[in-house]
Ligand binder design. Sequence first.
Ligand SMILES: [Zn+2]
Length: 67
Amino acid sequence: MQVKCAICDQVEDIEDNSLQAKRLRNRRIHMYLCNPCYDRIGENTKKRLATGRFRLKEEKQHSDDLI
Ligand SMILES: [Zn+2]
């Protein structure tokens, strides 16, 4: 599946059957982060992102395919 990084908007392909893809589809995690961004941000930010309460910018409605 294609996923878009919540921070830098880079679109990446991840394995459909990967744990991360399953968690995204089940909305247990709300945003995908690419590895460089994930490494860059701190633990607290990761926790906020995981809850979906943290918004870096307005989400666009037309990007439904891309999480
Ligand atoms: Zn990124």
